[in-house]
Structures are given as C-alpha cells and as structure tokens.
Ligand binder design. Structure first.
Ligand code: NAD
Length: 486
C-alpha cells in the first residue's frame, strides 16, 4: 500500500505516533494509500523548519533567484503533469477532462504568475514637508510576513493549495501546509518537485491529518506561525479564528457560499444554459463559486428549465480516465450522505424534482462509489433549508422572477456573499445590477472566468480579505515605512 508521509525540512517523514488513516478513491470506495497522521510533534518540527528556512537561505535569497526557483517549481509540475493528474483524480474521482484543463495547469500557473507579479510590484513613497524646509522622504518596504499556515480543502486540492503557496513563497515567506485529509496526494507529490527545483529545505512543509485535535488545530494554534490562510467551510473558519485569537494572527479566509445565477429575459439562452450547467454541475457541484440558486425571468423560465434538464441528463458519470466521462463522484461517502439528506429535504419541502434526486445506477466496478445524480428542483418554498444552506453538491433550484429589484433582494438574502453570475445582453442592466449584488465576485455572461491579477474573495460570511494580484500582498507581506529626515 502506498504510504503518504509528511514533508518536513525537505524530507519525507513518518508520524512519530504511528497513526495512519486511509486515503479512499471515492469513485469505487477502494483504499489507495495510507496517510500518516501528524500530531503536535510533526507540526512543531514543520514550523521550526519553516522558521529556520526563513532566517536562512530563503530569507536572504535575492529576489531574482527566488523567482527563478518558483518558475522551476511550475515547470516541475508541468513536467510531471500525468503523475499530478492521476494523483488528483484518484483522490477526488474528478474526470481527467476537468483536472487536465483546470486543476493541474492552474497548479503550475500559481507559481509563475505570482513570481512575476511580486517581482514587478512597486511600493509607495512620499516627500513630506517639514518646518525647517528640508523635508523628509518616506518609503515603504515590503517584508515577508513569516511562517504562513496554509489550511486547504479537498474540492480543488492542488489548485487551491498552490493558490496560497505560490504568492506566499513569492513574497519570501515559508509555509506549513495542512492539506485536506480527503486529498493528501498532490500536496505530498509537490515536495518532490520542490526538492528537484532546488527550493531550500524547510521552505515548503506538509503535515497531514484532520482538523480538530489533529494537525489542523495544532497548526492554527501554534505560537510560532505568523499568519493563517484558510479555504474551507465557514464553520471551520470560526474555529480557526478562535485559535488565531491567541496570538492575534492575521487571517485570510475563503469560505463557503450559496451563490446565485440571475438569467434575465434578454439573455442569450445558449450561453446562459452552457454557463449554468458548468456552474451547477462542474466538479460534481463541489466548487465554492458554484451556483445553487438560479433565478430566471418569467418569460424564459419554462425554456430554461427544459434546456438545463436536458443538459444535466447528458452528463456522463464514470471512471476519471474513460473517454467521454464528464461527471465524477462526490469526494466521500460522508459528503454524499450530507448531499442526499438535502435531496430528501427538498422532496419533503414539496419541490418538483425536474431531474435526478437520487443515486445513479453505476457499473459494478463503481457501485461502491460516492455517486449522486445531477439534480434540479423547482417550486421550493422560500423557508426551505435547501435554499439557504450551502449543499456543495451537483444541484440547483430554479425560480421565476418578475422584477429586477425583487430578484436583487432575493439574491442578497443570505449570510453568504461569494459569487454571482448575471446573464443579460443589456449592458446597462449588467452595470446597474452587478454592483448591487453583495458578493466578492460577480460575473456577467460567464462563470469561473479567472484572471489571477484580479481580487478574489468573499463578502459577508464568505471570507475575510482578498487574494489575487497585488491584493494578496496585504496578507503575504508586512509593510514597514522608512522615514528619512533630509
Ligand atoms: P473544511 O472546512 O471541512 O476543511 C478545510 C480544511 O480545514 C481541511 O484541511 C480540514 O482538515 C481543516 N480543518 C477542519 N477543522 C479544522 C480546525 N478546527 N482547525 C484547523 N483546521 C481544520 O472544508 P472542506 O469540506 O474541505 O471544503 C469545502 C468547503 O470549502 C465548502 O464550504 C466550500 O465553499 C469552501 N471553499 C471555499 C472556497 C473559496 O474560495 N471561498 C474555495 C473552495 C472551497
């Protein structure tokens, strides 16, 4: 059985406790690896290694050299593309067609983009008047924040982990990563790439384990880390915030969502259907930016429901590597239980099940997988938990609307504020409505169209802070002002 060990100070190490847990392929329920569970001792060792690297080679390395190494990391991921692809697809079950277009290329891009960006970023300076007329020169210096704890989720494991590690290292920090217990594979593999690229020991460390009373909690409570960047559920964010309050640590949080799509009657129906199919069902609905509430202006409602149903029924579930497969399983049986409980709630609350609502018939080899059907509902009452809770599965509810102000109010009626997609051919309407939606990311006539230079993050309970482009520098570096009296 393959062993997945911690990566600490440039070496793969076993857990001192001897504790292990299973890495399961959710497509067939088979055990694919044994993962070493980290405890306080591994976290201490990883944080100490990260601190030493910060004070050693990495901290004093010229920027050009650091950036060249990060380019090598990106090239190293690309050179081992097939290995990363297989590792990611076995951990998650997601189709190769998806991971080879999104997860793995973005995993590499996250190192290049932020290396190039940080290299070219300027800081401000001011010439200040003084009473003696000589003046003073102020300029800001950006320093690494220090040892950054990166706590990552399972839905886009390599992409979301490197989205933090890339800018953290580009800014000169060192990291300790706690990957999700569901998807430890690619974070472990990245250690080999780091070594091959020549990244100094201790710059990138990985400790595997769970959240509470395991590696996640020990890391986020650790007194010698300097910041926590976390992607995951809003409830977990609350626990981490409490842990961080001990040392008053800076936090960057990307949390849950209950995102909407709004389709106006003047939308291009083909585009709106294509975009909504992706936003509701891509990655089996396990995308934080995904759409679970769809509002369609009444004249288009029936046609939209019929076309979305048709599209959902054409999705082909199956083994990640097989030709034509467009739909994977959920990440685990535990998550499937949660999603199916909402399928049941929808039925109990009187929804019309347009399509899906259960578990698909799978061939024998995949019968033990965490499969669910892509599901569409209409007719849910406004109080239904299906319309307020983040389900994080391949499902959406479609509701007609008649009035622009009214639909904006409904979209905003949630504690979350991550993303929204507007579909309209009326430019004035797009400009009018987009700023009124309480979200960090609003797309018009698209979804998941990302430029890594732009700010990314959630409003309300969907996050704290913005990453992407220069915005992440607020978190990944510390600004110091130097004032020189002339
Ligand atoms: P999760 O919160 O269950 O777990 C995320 C990570 O936190 C895991 O590594 C887990 O082990 C760790 N963890 C759990 N409890 C912890 C604790 N008490 N202390 C420290 N670490 C702890 O999230 P998940 O189920 O892995 O991911 C799905 C969630 O992530 C969804 O809510 C989704 O919306 C959200 N998400 C948000 C974004 C975004 O950009 N806003 C992106 C992807 C996923």
């Amino acid at each position: 059985m393959q062993q997945i060990r911690h990566f600490i100070n440039g070496e793969y190490v076993e857990s001192s406790s001897g504790r292990r847990f299973d890495d399961i392929n959710p497509a067939n329920g088979e055990r694919i690896a044994e993962v070493h569970e980290g405890g306080q001792r591994e976290v201490d060792a990883a944080v100490a290694a990260a601190r030493a690297a910060l004070q050693g080679d990495w901290g004093s390395m010229p920027v050009e050299q650091r950036m060249a190494l990060l380019h090598k990391v990106a090239d190293g991921i690309t050179a081992r593309f097939d290995e990363f692809l297989e590792a990611e697809c076995l951990d998650t079950g997601k189709p190769a067609a998806l991971a080879s277009h999104i997860d793995i290329p973005r995993g590499a891009a996250n190192f290049k983009v932020f290396a190039d960006l940080v290299k070219n970023v300027a800081t401000e300076s001011f010439v200040t008047d003084t009473p003696d007329g000589h003046g003073a020169l102020n300029y800001a210096v950006r320093k690494p924040r220090g040892v950054i704890a990166v706590v990552a989720p399972w839905n886009l494991p390599l992409l979301l982990m490197t989205w933090k590690v890339g800018p953290a290292l580009a800014c000169g920090n060192t990291v300790v990563v706690k990957p999700s217990e569901e998807t430890p594979h690619t974070a472990a593999l990245l250690g080999e790439v780091m070594n091959q690229a020549g990244i100094p020991k201790g710059v990138y460390n990985v400790v595997h384990g769970f959240g509470p009373q395991s590696a996640g909690e020990y890391l986020t409570r650790h007194p010698h880390i300097d910041g926590i960047t976390f992607t995951g559920e809003t409830g977990t964010g609350r626990a981490i915030m409490q842990a961080a309050s001990q040392s008053l640590l800076p936090l960057s949080f990307e949390l849950g969502g209950k995102n909407s799509a709004v389709v106006f009657a003047d939308a291009d129906l083909d585009k709106a259907i294509e975009g909504t199919l992706r936003s509701a069902f891509a990655n089996c609905g396990q995308v934080c930016l995904g759409t679970e509430r769809v509002y369609v202006e009444r004249p288009l409602f029936d046609a939209f429901v019929a076309r979305l149903k048709q599209g959902a029924e054409q999705l082909r579930p199956g083994w990640w590597r097989d030709e034509g497969v467009s739909f994977g399983p959920l990440v685990s049986h535990a998550h499937r239980d949660k999603v199916l409980s909402y399928y049941e709630t929808a039925r109990r609350d009187g929804a019309t099940v347009v399509t899906g609502g259960g578990v698909p018939e799978m061939p024998e080899a995949l019968a033990n997988g965490a499969w669910v059907q892509p599901t569409i509902w209409t007719g849910l009452p406004p109080h239904s938990a299906v319309l307020s809770d983040e389900i994080f599965g391949p499902c959406c509810h479609i509701q007609p609307f008649d009035d622009e102000d009214d639909v904006i109010e409904q979209v905003n009626d949630t504690p979350y504020g991550l993303a929204c997609a507007l579909w309209t051919e009326n430019l004035a309407r797009a400009h009018r409505v987009a700023p009124r939606i309480d979200v960090g990311l609003c797309w018009v006539n698209s979804w998941f169209l990302r430029d890594l230079r732009t700010p990314f993050g959630g409003s309300k309970q969907s996050g704290i802070g913005r990453e992407g482009g220069v915005h992440g520098l607020e978190f990944y570096s510390e600004l110091s002002n130097v004032c020189i009296k002339l």
